[in-house]
Ligand binder design. Sequence first.
Ligand code: ADE
Length: 315
Amino acid sequence: QVQTDLAQTVEPGWLRRWQTASRHLTLGHLVGMGMFGHVIKAKLKISTGEITTVAAKAVRRKDTQCYRNFYTEAAILVALHEDQHHDNLRSNIIQLLGLVNEASRKYILMEYASKGNLLRLLRRTRRQNGTASLPHHLRYAIHIARARALQELQRLAITHCDVAARNVLITADDVAKLADFGLARDVYATVQYVTDDGREQRQDNKENEVLPLNWMSLESLEKGEYTCQSDVWSFGVLLWEIAAQGQEPRYDGNNNPSCRQLAQTLRRGIRLRRPPECSGEVYVVMNSCWQELPSERPDPNVLEEKLQQVQHAMI
Ligand code: ADE
């Protein structure tokens, strides 16, 4: 039997501090489905008695992998939100509102981002207008590069490991927020999990996971190495998705490559092609994220500045 009730065995302090009782929550309809979890729109009664709209993320299946993903995401969001420099109001990281951790009900409660994820938004815009809205959409990339998102992760030595348009949410006031920390890693403290046979297992076992290969850096593919610089590589792919208006990134002549095949392609210097709508300047920025040597990739603050210059020149 899968041992899933971390709360019943060793309820860590961070879980207790963010605990919300499920009776304060009224579930609505499904708004998103990911590999490990699904997201439901819900109403939450907060301590003042007010009702607020939230997104409640639950495990997709009751298996070890989904629970592992769930607790990783919860732990990382708590670590981010408990940092003294974290600023909820101005953050470009999705806001954590509480955790429901009851035997049969487990939810991560987050702010509700009414415009949904960036990938869907890009595809919708392409269908509706047929024209590129690149300068406008670059704003979202700038939000993700900036001080309250990738730069904050870098400061806290947290790697997201899945930076992609599908994991960027857009709020009602058109602000991009990084979400989906289920694959993230904290280089200082690793969350421990209890596996099927009761052994404790560390989180850094990614063997059985479905990996987002076409977003991954060379060193992640070759050595399973994840750093803030590998998040910068993935950020380059996110830029590509924006420029290509939500098309799926694919390397030439590589349909469903294995990890090794893709690493070989990248070693040969092959990179994603410039989408037709993409200006040379934007393509230069994304290529800088795909430098073979992690140390030669730009810092998020440099990216923010470069993108602002490029965007400015467009309008
Ligand atoms: N889909 C996934 N997470 C969401 C959120 N926080 N708000 C709206 N839609 C979502």
